[in-house]
Design a protein around this ligand. Structure first.
Ligand code: SF4
Length: 443
C-alpha cells in the first residue's frame, strides 16, 4: 500500500525531456545534430559509478572513435544516448557510407530518424554496407519505395485505439504506447509512423497516459498490459516507477509486460536503480527484441543477468529479415545464445508490411523452412513460434510446417523431424482426413 501511495504522488513531467530536445526541428538533419538532453551536461560526474563489462568490440570502437570518453562515461547509458550517431556527419565519421546510404540519410525527414548508440555501432561492419546489423539501422534508398500491400500502419493499431496511445485489439490485453523515443531506430519498425517524432500526431505526455490509465481502469476485462512504444526502458526510473505503480494499483491488471530493445542496444541502461523499480512492481515480464547472434555480447549478458536475477522472466522477439538473419544456422546460434542468457526465444515475426520494408521481407516459405530446420533438431525451448501479424488488426497467426501427412482409418499419419513417417492411433479422429483421405501411406 505504501508503495502505491507513494506512486500516486509522483507525476511524470508533462513532456518527455529526452524527446523534447532530441527530435524537434525543421529537418531531419537539424534534429539529428541536436544533442540529447537525457541528463545535465557532465551528468556522469557526481553520480555513483556503476561498472559494466566492456566487450572487445566496444573497447576497440571506443579507443578509435571516442578516445576522450572515460570508462565511466562509456558505461553510462545517458552518455551513450547523448552520443548517438544521428547526423550524416556523425555517421560519416564512423561508417564508410555507400552513395545509396548517404543519399538515403540526406533525404530523410519526419519519423523514424537515424539513431545508433556508440555501443551498438561498435557491433556493426563499419566498412561493409551489407553487414547484417548495419543494414537494420542505416537507411538505404529502398526505404523510400512503397510496395503493394505496404502501409504506414499495417496492423491497424490506430483504428483499434480507444484513446490515443492505447491499442485494444485482443479481449483481455492492451498495448500501452508510453513513449515515441528509442535509443536506436530499426529501419523495419512496425511503428515507423510514430517513433522518434515529437510534435506529430502522437503526444506521449502525462495527459495521454492519464487517458490510457482511465480506459484501463474502466475496462475490467483487461488483465494484461504490454508497455511498449518506442522503447519504455528509455524512460527515466521515476516515470517508469510512476507508470508501473499506477498500473499495479488497478485491481484487474494481473500482470504487466514491457517490450524493449534497450538490453540489446543500450545494455548500460539496466542499472541497479532500474532493477529496484522493476522489483518493486513484480510481476513484470519482458520481451526483448534480438536480431542476430552478434548481439550476444558481455554487455548484453550482464543486462540480461541483472533482469533475470531480479525475477523478470525474459522472452525474445525476432523479426525475420532478408539478408540479415534469414538463415537457420544464424538463428540457431542466436536462439542457443539466448537460452544461455536465460532468454526464451518466444516469437519469430514475419516482417510487417510497413511502407518501404520490402527489401527486408522474405517469402513465408523461408520462415517455415527455418522452423523445420530447428524443430526436433534442437531443444524445444530454442524454437520460437513463427507468426504473421495479420494486416488490418487481425492479430497474430502462428505458422508451423505441416507434420500431419494424412489419415488411414483410425491412424493419424505423421512425419517426424527426420522426414520419417509414423502412425498414431487416434480412434474416431478427424484430423488428417482432408490431407490423406484414407490413403494408405506406407509407414
Ligand atoms: S526499438 Fe522497437 S520501437 Fe524502436 S525503432 Fe526498433 S522496432 Fe521500433
Amino acid at each position: 500500500m505504501l508503495e502505491l501511495d507513494a506512486a500516486e504522488t509522483l507525476r511524470p513531467p508533462s513532456t518527455e525531456e529526452v524527446e523534447r530536445s532530441g527530435s524537434r526541428g525543421p529537418s531531419a538533419a537539424a534534429r539529428a545534430a541536436t544533442p540529447l538532453p537525457s541528463g545535465p551536461a557532465g551528468a556522469t560526474r557526481g553520480r555513483r559509478r556503476e561498472s559494466f563489462p566492456v566487450g572487445p568490440a566496444s573497447l576497440a570502437f571506443k579507443r578509435r572513435f571516442f578516445p576522450e570518453a572515460s570508462r565511466a562515461e562509456w558505461d553510462d547509458w545517458r552518455w551513450q544516448a547523448r552520443n548517438r550517431l544521428r547526423s550524416l556527419a556523425q555517421l560519416e565519421r564512423v561508417f564508410a557510407l555507400s552513395e545509396d546510404e548517404r543519399e538515403a540519410i540526406r533525404r530523410h525527414q519526419g519519423a523514424l530518424p537515424v539513431g545508433i548508440t556508440p555501443y551498438y555501432a561498435a557491433l556493426m561492419g563499419l566498412d561493409d554496407p551489407s553487414e547484417p546489423l548495419r543494414r537494420t539501422h542505416v537507411p538505404v534508398g529502398a526505404e523510400y519505395l512503397r510496395s503493394p500491400g505496404e502501409a504506414d500502419d499495417p496492423l491497424g493499431e490506430d483504428e483499434h485505439a480507444p484513446v490515443p496511445g492505447l491499442v485494444h485489439r485482443y479481449p483481455d490485453r492492451v498495448l500501452f504506447l508510453a513513449t515515441a523515443f528509442c535509443s536506436t531506430y530499426c529501419r523495419y519498425c512496425t511503428r515507423s509512423r510514430l517513433v522518434g517524432e515529437v510534435g506529430g500526431d502522437y503526444h506521449f505526455a502525462y495527459a495521454q497516459w492519464e487517458k490510457a490509465l482511465a480506459y484501463i481502469e474502466a475496462t475490467p476485462a483487461v488483465r494484461d498490459v504490454l508497455i511498449s512504444g518506442g522503447d519504455p526502458l528509455t524512460l527515466g526510473d521515476d516515470k517508469l516507477d510512476w507508470l508501473l505503480g499506477r498500473l499495479k494499483a488497478i485491481r484487474h491488471v494481473e500482470f504487466v509486460r514491457i517490450g524493449s530493445k534497450v538490453p540489446v542496444v543500450l545494455p548500460q541502461r539496466i542499472t541497479r536503480g532500474l532493477i529496484a523499480v522493476l522489483r518493486r512492481h513484480r510481476p513484470i515480464w519482458m520481451s526483448l527484441h534480438f536480431t542476430h547472434p552478434k548481439e550476444l555480447t558481455p554487455e548484453t549478458r550482464e543486462a540480461c543477468d541483472r533482469l533475470a536475477d531480479a525475477g523478470v522472466p525474459l522472452g525474445s522477439q525476432t523479426v525475420l529479415l532478408k539478408g540479415v538473419n534469414d538463415d537457420a544456422a544464424v538463428l540457431r546460434a542466436l536462439f542457443h545464445g539466448l537460452l544461455r542468457l536465460r532468454v526464451r526465444p518466444y516469437y519469430l515475426f514475419q516482417c510487417d508490411p510497413i511502407t518501404g520494408s520490402a527489401h527486408f521481407r522474405t517469402p513465408v516459405e523461408k520462415g517455415l523452412e527455418i522452423i523445420r530446420a530447428l524443430r526436433g533438431h534442437t531443444s524445444g525451448y530454442a524454437v520460437p513460434t513463427y507468426v504473421i501479424d495479420t494486416p488490418g488488426g487481425g492479430g497474430k497467426v502462428p505458422l508451423s510446417p505441416d507434420y500431419v501427412v494424412g489419415r488411414d482409418g483410425d491412424d493419424l499419419l505423421l512425419r517426424n523431424f527426420e522426414g520419417k513417417l509414423y502412425r498414431y492411433r487416434d480412434p474416431g479422429g478427424r484430423v488428417g482426413r482432408a490431407v490423406g483421405q484414407g490413403s494408405a501411406v506406407p509407414c
